[in-house]
Design a binder for this molecule. Structure first.
Ligand code: DGY
Length: 321
């Protein structure tokens, strides 16, 4: 008999067909009004779950006594209590690697957009305000040749370092839970303390996973260490930054600007003070959101899930159990 899974992220027809060859699939649209009720109904029979962007707390997991694996279509696993899943004997898998380059592209898109005021000035043109050649009031600041500070030197951090060093001739500083001599050799990057990085970098780019030790990592004190002309870019998780402190620093022009793809509350409320600020570029958590990469992530998640349900050790197991 086929094992049963609950799918709560839309897949391409090809991937859905591949899944349905091996397992019985119940689709639940968690965004629908009755989504949670339908999920609760489906959980008791489920051997696997495949999806993303859903906080699966113990109250929901208690409804799924047969659960063997959760296959998350994400690299981040901050939506899960990994220790609790391990205690329950439930495997958790994620989708690293396939999104590294795309997410680093997003980081650089935000660096460039914030530095060169791309969104603000494109809106200005659209509003018919381009009546004469520009003066200093509309100038941006250079990216090439500046100092890039990367907080978190995992795969995405290294992909940013490569872009910065090789593509933009930037000096690269990084801070991470451990020094990475091989990355230093490849990209002439220099390991330094977080405080030193904040004080020296022109662009501070956050790529750390959200955890107890990174929540609120960048608060008022840290923003106060940054240069007034520096730009903060967050492609990690919103809660890595104290958002109220950031808003204040941006309002007071304590730092030049920010490029933000992630927020404490997502979707970002339309009345967020961040959206009142010209020196903020805000994007809707698009780090990995390209057709190619989202399909690759979904394929990876399907392979992880099928491998786990076949009794194998899945390729991207987060919690070896
Ligand atoms: C990830 O894969 O973790 C991205 O941030 C999407 O949630």
């Amino acid at each position: 008999m086929k094992k049963r899974i609950v799918l709560y992220k839309r897949l391409s027809d090809a991937l859905l067909a591949k899944l349905e060859e091996q397992v019985e699939v119940t689709w639940v649209d968690t965004g629908a009004a009755d989504g949670l009720a339908r999920l609760r109904d489906a959980l008791p029979g489920a051997h696997g779950l495949l999806g993303a962007s859903l906080r699966l707390g113990s109250e929901l997991l208690d409804l799924a006594p047969q659960l063997e694996v959760i296959s998350s279509v994400s690299v981040g696993v901050d939506n899960y209590d990994v220790a609790d899943l391990t205690r329950r004997g439930v495997m958790l898998t994620n989708t690293p690697d396939v999104l590294t380059e795309t997410t680093a592209d997003t980081g650089f898109a935000l660096i460039l957009a914030a530095a060169r005021r791309v969104v603000e000035l494109a809106d200005w043109v659209r509003e018919g305000k381009w009546q004469a050649s520009l003066g200093p009031a509309h100038f941006g600041t250079d990216v090439h040749g500046k100092t890039l500070g990367i907080v978190g030197m995992g795969r995405i951090g290294e992909a940013l370092a490569r872009r910065g060093a090789a593509g933009f001739g930037m000096r690269v500083l990084y801070h991470s839970s451990r020094a990475r001599p091989e990355v230093e050799a490849r990209h002439a990057a220099r390991y330094c303390s977080l405080d030193a990085l904040l004080a020296e970098a022109d662009y501070v780019c956050l790529t750390v996973p959200l955890s107890a030790s990174t929540e609120g990592l960048i608060g008022a004190r840290e923003l106060g260490l940054m240069k007034p002309e520096a730009i903060l870019v967050n492609i990690a998780r919103g809660r890595v930054v104290d958002e109220a402190a950031l808003i204040e620093a941006l309002q007071r022009k304590r730092i030049r600007g920010a490029g933000l793809d992630v927020f404490v509350q997502e979707p970002l409320a339309a009345d967020s003070p961040l959206l009142q600020l010209d020196n903020v570029v805000a994007t809707p958590h698009i780090g990995s959101a390209t057709h190619e990469t989202r399909e690759a992530m979904a394929r990876c998640a399907v392979e992880n899930l099928l491998s786990a349900l076949a009794g194998q050790r899945p390729p991207n197991l987060v919690n070896p159990i």
